[in-house]
Design a protein around this ligand. Structure first.
Ligand code: ADP
Length: 198
């Protein structure tokens, strides 16, 4: 049984939002819509889009808002996202928040909750270094990591104020075991009435 939930997970690089996002989405039976994963899939597949964004990702810069917005709109328009979705990595700045609002409002929808995974900067840098050794992601170089964390602090963290005013942000302590953190998120969502269908 799937339960309707329109969710966004936000957190600094290395906060574990990708891992937790997959867990939460599968519990609710909704798709994860991860812009980073979509870009990486295109790069791997050698598509035109992939070629357009390779250098941008390697530098740790943001892909232009128009291009990113188009990809997200296409993905959210697919049937499996009609009843809900979990966004990971989008929106990432104020302009993208505006684009998403416009798109959802036109469909008579809105985000139900924004999950903020709170992890100290030193902890996320330590986790990213570990991931760089394990996965060899081409944007996990020291420069690209520092650049992405700066963009997170300067452009992404401020969008939480916007969602905070709407009363939909759940700030979750992102330090602990994977299961503990999943539990924290599920109970915060449940307190909002977002529960799994029986
Ligand atoms: P991380 O959170 O570790 O930076 P992501 O997988 O979320 O990893 O994103 C990887 C890269 O994909 C980003 O550095 C950026 O180049 C691009 N990207 C992802 N989401 C967006 C977005 N919403 N807007 C612009 N670029 C994005």
């Amino acid at each position: 049984m799937t339960a309707s939930a329109r969710l966004l997970i936000v957190g600094p690089q290395g906060s574990g939002k990708g891992t937790q996002g997959v867990r939460i989405a599968s519990a609710f039976g909704i798709p994860v819509v991860s812009t980073g994963d979509m870009f990486r899939a295109n790069i791997k597949g050698g598509t035109e889009l992939g070629q357009q964004v390779t250098a941008i990702l390697d530098r740790g810069d943001l892909v232009p808002d128009e291009l990113t917005g188009e990809i997200v709109r296409d993905r959210l328009s697919q049937d499996d996202a009609a009843n809900g979705f979990l966004l990971d990595g989008y929106p990432r700045n104020a302009a993208q928040v505006g684009h998403l609002d416009e798109f959802l409002t036109a469909r008579g929808e809105a985000l139900d909750a924004v999950i903020l995974l709170d992890v100290p900067r030193e902890e996320s840098i330590a986790r990213l270094k570990l991931r760089a050794d394990e996965q060899g992601r081409s944007d996990d170089t020291e420069e690209a990591i520092a650049h992405r964390l700066d963009i997170y602090e300067n452009e992404t963290a401020p969008i939480l104020a916007v969602y905070g005013e709407r009363g939909i942000v759940d700030s979750i302590d992102g330090v602990g075991s994977l299961d503990e953190i999943t539990e924290r998120i599920m109970s915060a969502l449940s307190a909002r009435g977002l529960t799994l269908a029986a």
